[in-house]
Design a binder for this molecule. Structure first.
Ligand SMILES: [Mg+2]
Length: 306
């Protein structure tokens, strides 16, 4: 049975600027065994080239841009497939701007079809401009639903979800969120893996550390979902979710032997989990915009003066 792997990055391969133990062996085993794999990330700020360089500095020199699929690429794929002649006003960084440019999607600060919100790049002026564009009829699209993103073990930064929330509040319009767990992200990642394997894949596995994005999206897309405990999720919180991972691993180190030999490892689903070390404490507030049950109450309109 030939398997294609989608792999989240932060909390799975590295944390901050340190590789997680076993990550190099894991990726080398994938490469050596000819197993198709794709890094799938919600971070829309870097380009695939940036990510390849980052992992090169961390000790993985053999990765190329084709090994990465970001929510910025997903957004560009989505717009070029569903609305090829559209124009956009963008709040975001290089990865998003480059992806849209490569798909020949034009920037438009006057009457764009969409306001696209990604990671970073926001100023008060840009948010005000985006607000005006939505008021004039532009649709609101966010590259990913993350309200915040980890920077270090005790520090986070605002994510694309928080910027989209600003515009949702100011315009009264609901944003559409691409990236994980949106099924379009998994659909396109699966398509890329199939292309790389020339169609010869029997099953797909998503490996991630976040229940709300990696595991939820994979389950909803009908894929295997492996949760690693090397990132943001603690074992004692897994039972809180309706959707459950198909396997729980301490880290990607647990499946290196399985990938090398093709035989399941006896370290899978180990009962030694739950010793409480490693993962971050749960942070207050919903991490993802898609978790808000009812944000779309109509905004009271001001009395219009003409
Ligand atoms: Mg992660």
């Amino acid at each position: 049975m030939k398997t294609g792997y989608m792999i989240d990055m932060d909390g799975v391969i590295y944390r901050e600027n340190h590789l997680i133990d076993g990550a190099i062996d894991f990726v080398e085993a994938l490469a050596a065994s000819g197993t198709p794999f794709l890094f799938v990330t919600n971070n829309s700020a870097p380009t695939p080239e940036d990510l390849a360089v980052r992992l090169k500095h961390l000790g993985m020199p053999y990765l190329s841009p084709r090994h990465f699929y970001t929510s910025a690429l997903n957004t560009a794929d989505f717009l070029s497939e569903t609305h090829p002649a559209c124009t956009v006003f963008v709040i975001g960084e290089g990865g998003l701007l480059t992806a849209l440019h490569e798909h020949r999607i034009a920037n438009d600060g006057i009457h764009p079809s969409y306001v696209v919100v990604g990671e970073g790049g926001a100023t008060t002026e840009k948010l005000a401009k985006a607000h005006e564009c939505v008021e004039r009829g532009a649709r609101l699209l966010a590259t990913n639903p993350d309200n915040w993103c980890p920077v270090s073990s005790d520090k986070t930064r605002p994510g694309a979800g928080a910027l989209a929330a600003f515009l949702e509040a100011s315009t009264g319009r609901r944003a559409y969120y691409l990236g994980k767990p949106n099924g379009y992200m998994f659909h396109q990642a699966r398509r890329k893996l199939l292309e790389a394997a020339r169609g010869a894949l029997d099953q797909f596995v998503m490996i991630g550390d976040t229940m709300e994005t990696d595991i939820r999206g994979a389950i909803e897309a009908g894929m295997q979902a492996f949760l690693v405990l090397s990132g943001s999720t603690q074992l004692q919180n897994v039972g809180d979710y309706v959707y459950q991972p198909t396997r729980i691993l301490e880290s990607v180190a647990d499946i290196v032997e399985e990938i090398r030999t093709g035989k399941p490892s006896d370290r899978l689903d180990s009962p030694v989990f739950g010793n409480g070390n490693g993962p971050r404490e749960k942070r207050h507030g919903n991490r993802f915009r898609t978790d808000h049950p009812s944000w779309d109450k109509p905004r009271p309109r001001p009395a219009m003066t003409k």
